[in-house]
Design a protein around this ligand. Sequence first.
Ligand code: SAM
Length: 234
Amino acid sequence: MDFIAAAAPYGLVLSPHQHTQFHHYLALLLEWNERFNLTAIREPEQIWRRHFLDSLSCALVTGDLNGRRLIDVGTGAGFPGLPLKIAFPGLKLTLVESTTKKKQFLQAVVNALVLEDVTILAERAETVGQQAEYREQYDIAAARAVADLPVLLEYLLPLCRVGGLVVAQKGESAAAELTRATHALQLLGGEFREMKEVWLPEGTRPHYLIAIQKTQPTPMIYPRRPGQPVRRPL
Ligand code: SAM
């Protein structure tokens, strides 16, 4: 796959330097994955497509991220946050990942690629969302493959500023999850903006980007304490 050409439909023009940074990220991911289980996708071609390119597809709803603040919750090995940071070097990025081992990997990538303006928090989303330093501070709060939408909105909407955007990367269940999330949207101060279908090269099924506008401040009782959003979804 020609990665630079594949990223072009997302409005991205990647330089040779950025392409090299992706190669470096791939090498670190393969190396660390031998010791820690960071991702079940181990085939380089699949990593380019299903991790890097899929992460970059967020640009279809966010547009240019340079100069903006984005928080990626449950980032795992850095998706979608780190590919977006490579593509938009002026992005101010916060990565949230509760697993300490994964934080160490993320820090290693940030150091090796000399990425600036990246904060990595080894904490739970529910804790971060109650800290004044992070609460309602972000232009964009994003996540992929972390939780069902009603749960995910309780993680993401408190972190997003009023007027900002929540972006959830979803699979085939996107429409059904959105239907189930109506009550959560009302309680947390969000309004549905759009759902965009995304096709990756050689993909057999579409993915979806759900974009939610934050229209009202989120009441201080949300997010509830760690574990509550999953146990008792809104
Ligand atoms: N977003 C990455 C991706 O798409 O490859 C990782 C997805 S992985 C299935 C979900 C990640 O979310 C795990 O690494 C897990 O530790 C993290 N996670 C789940 N719930 C979380 C929470 N409440 N706060 C912080 N991280 C969480």
